[in-house]
Ligand binder design. Structure first.
Ligand code: SF4
Length: 736
């Protein structure tokens, strides 16, 4: 059952709409590759991680047949990790969603035409809202969409459809960094540029394994000609720790105390930048008094790190001219991630290591457009990086987007975990999930699946029909993926880069942008989006929304300028000229985005993790990226034979050999790993890379979040994936 160009259907207002010819480009607006010179090349940004590498697509007849790393793109300079090389393969997977799917009376998902799907979306969600209130339908988005689509989703759902609650999977990876930066710098503003990796004399990586998670950034470290010290602070002897000059293998979840101890030594020895602190910060005296209680001799045993190692790290920070601090999920996915990130920011501030080459307190983001989601998804921030409770900001958004002020909420709405709690209470009864897979990735997987199954109506908009979440849906909307549509991503160093349509989406899959257009019309709020004709037009609106903000991009120009320039880092204010290939960092003038222009020291007494590791669950389960060739829930990378071969062939748990011996576990034995939430069965991989008393499992495994414990940083509400209590036992073989 395929819709044909010229098919007709009735929209909600009774007006006959010639759906398939409504917009330029017809049914597949954004679907048919633009005319390109046959057998040519074009550069687009990779669609996996936040590094934002440039990839050169080799086109035949306007369609990509191959990808190679872009040689002249400033981010990666001719390099790509395996995922980038293989990025086209998942587009041809056999489980692509080709038609909308609707669950029938027998409980089966069956193909329907787009008009039926749109009609059902509107009728079911509007019925829920009519009976239970507008807050009874919510949405969950993703950091995988370009900013134009993120803005469309957040604006349509909140201002068009009246939803009050929406969040994105960026809550799972970046919320901590957002809050840490906002509270200290006055805006969510990672200050660095990738050149800092090459210009630092000392790089301190905390809870970060770039060799695996961000391989091209590690390549930038390898290019550093300054003979840098590289210090890794991580419980595991990760690939990065093995390549580093020093490794502080601290006990899990003690990083905040360790960082306070380093600060203690810096204060005690007077190894601080008084001039910078006095001119550009507030709260230093309170911070110094706070860390007085964290002498290395006091915390060393708790952290499992020698006193000398703490003293030596402080001395290194003092003696090296350019010092940079880098963190990733080991910090963000912690029960006290915000304060830990702020301790790293404090170390940079107190030593004046900010705003200069080779310095900074630098969060490396996860998803390809997590940074874009932070600014433009209209979830945690009012679109454009504004505050919902700022009346002037609401007036600006109202003016730029033509939305009545009264439609703009004064609060951001519920966070991801709170939306699930609202489902449990029966307050959210309809959910629209776009491009994410919480039935695999949510920290409390069993609860997540149970709650998703409880919904009156679950819509999943995705490239694939087989994700764990799509299988639970009442309605699946087939979406185009990366490489099949145009838009802008923002990478970890604030660089805006283009994604482009280099393939035609299969079947009747549509770009998310086009789906949002159709849903707006079907819902009856199409007038609000009459100007939203194409991603590039929306990019113009987003530029205007950014005007006057720290992330001001009014001077960027259009897609062509962005393309010609090879990407550009925000801010670019109107009239500002940025040289091609320029590497730009923030705060060179010592002025921050707080009202008084000063950065703040923020600190707090450390707390223990929510779940204690003790008998009968005597091991701490650490989770993380298990392979450079796999991505999140493997919905795309799992489709590539090449990437599967590059990753471990079997799901396994890493165990220290001495712990394994105590439990009679030999290499490759089957092991049952249990927590209070459930149990899974994995192969044993014995390695001294994990500390005694801890085990490690990859986040990509669908089994891992059967075990994890749902606790959250109280300020960012980011899940604490990195720590829970488990038991292990040898078993003869899998029970299934
Ligand atoms: S490092 Fe990230 S952006 Fe670069 S090719 Fe790999 S997945 Fe893509």
């Amino acid at each position: 059952m395929r819709a044909r160009v010229g098919d007709m259907w009735h929209s909600r207002d009774g007006k006959l709409t010639q759906l398939l010819e409504r917009a330029p480009g017809g049914f597949g607006l954004g679907q048919v590759p633009r005319q390109r010179v046959p057998d040519s090349t074009t550069t687009l940004v990779c669609g996996f991680c936040s590094t934002g590498c440039g990839l050169t697509a080799h086109l035949r007849g306007g369609s990509a047949v191959n990808l190679t790393p872009a040689v002249d793109y400033s981010v990666n300079r001719g390099m790509a990790c395996p995922k980038g090389w293989e990025a086209l393969t998942p587009l041809s997977a056999p489980d692509r969603a080709l038609m909308p799917l609707l669950r029938n009376a027998s409980g089966e998902l069956e193909e329907v035409r787009w008009p039926t799907a749109l009609d059902r979306f509107v009728r079911r969600f509007q019925a829920i809202q009519k009976e239970h209130g507008p807050q009874a339908v919510a949405f969950l988005g993703t950091g995988q969409l370009p900013i134009e689509e993120l803005a469309f989703l957040g604006t349509l759902a909140k201002f068009g459809m009246g939803m009050q609650h929406g969040d994105a999977n960026t809550r799972q990876c970046m919320a901590t960094a957002v809050v840490a930066y906002k509270e200290t710098f006055g805006f969510d503003a990672p200050p660095y540029t990738y050149a800092d990796l090459e210009e630092s004399d000392l790089l301190v990586f905390v809870g970060s394994n770039p060799c695996i998670a961000h391989p091209i950034l590690w390549e930038r470290v390898v290019r550093n000609q300054r003979k840098p010290e590289v210090v890794v602070i991580d419980p595991r002897r990760t690939e990065t720790a093995q390549a580093a000059t020093r490794h502080l293998a601290l006990r899990p979840q003690t990083d905040l105390e360790l960082l306070y101890a380093v600060a203690h030594v810096l204060v005690r020895e007077g190894w601080i930048d008084h001039a910078f602190i006095g001119a550009h910060t507030t709260g230093y005296d309170g911070f110094a008094a706070h860390v007085a209680g964290f002498a290395p001799t006091t915390v060393a045993d708790r952290c499992g790190v020698a006193v000398e190692d703490i003293e030596n790290l402080a001395r290194l920070i003092h003696t090296r001219r350019r010092v940079s601090f880098w963190w990733t999920m080991g910090v963000n996915q912690s029960h006290q991630g915000v304060r830990t990130a702020q301790a790293l920011i404090a170390l940079a501030l107190m030593t004046g290591n900010i705003g200069k080459p080779g310095t900074g307190a630098n969060s490396i983001t996860g998803q390809c457009n997590a940074m874009g989601s932070r600014l433009f998804s209209n979830t945690t921030s009012l679109i454009g990086g504004h505050a919902f409770d700022d009346q002037a900001a609401r007036a600006k958004v109202s003016r730029v987007l033509g939305v009545e002020d009264g439609r703009i909420q004064q609060r951001p709405g519920l966070a991801y975990d709170q939306i699930f709690e609202a489902v449990a209470r029966g307050e959210v009864r309809g959910l629209w999930i776009v491009g994410t897979n919480p039935a695999h990735s949510w920290i409390n997987q069993r609860d997540a699946r149970e709650l998703l199954a409880r919904l009156d109506f679950l819509v999943v908009q995705d490239m694939y029909t087989t994700t764990e979440t799509a299988r639970l849906a009442h309605l699946v909307l087939p979406a185009a993926g990366w490489g099949e549509k145009d838009g802008v991503f923002i990478n970890s160093e604030r660089r805006l880069g283009l994604i482009k349509q280099v393939r035609r989406a299969p079947g009747q899959a549509l770009s998310d942008f086009r789906i949002f257009q159709l849903l707006a019309d079907a819902w009856g709020c199409g007038d609000l989006f009459a100007r939203w004709r194409s991603p590039e037009v929306v990019f113009g609106l987003l530029k205007e929304l950014s005007r006057g903000q720290p992330c001001d991009i009014t001077g960027v120009g259009g897609y062509k300028e962005l393309d010609d320039h090879g990407g550009v880092q925000w801010p670019v204010r109107v009239g500002e000229v940025v040289e091609q290939g320029a590497e730009r960092r923030l705060f060179a003038d010592g002025r921050f985005f707080t009202p008084d222009g000063r950065a703040r020291f923020v600190y707090e007494t450390p707390r223990p993790p929510a779940e204690t590791v003790r008998t009968p669950y005597p091991f701490a389960l650490l989770t993380g990226r298990g392979s450079a060739s796999q991505w999140h829930t493997e919905t795309r990378t799992g489709k590539s034979e090449v990437l599967r071969r590059l990753a471990p062939a079997v799901e396994h748990v890493e165990i220290h050999p001495d712990d394994a011996a105590l439990y009679g576990i030999a290499p490759t034995d089957w092991v049952r790993m249990s927590s209070r939430r459930g149990s899974v069965e994995l192969r044993a991989f014995l390695t001294r890379g994990v500390p005694r008393g801890s085990v490690f499992a990859a986040m990509h495994s669908v089994q891992t979040n059967v075990l994890t414990f749902a606790s959250f940083d109280p300020y960012s509400r980011q899940p604490a994936y990195k720590h829970c209590a488990v038991a292990i036992e040898r078993i003869d073989g899998p029970s299934r």
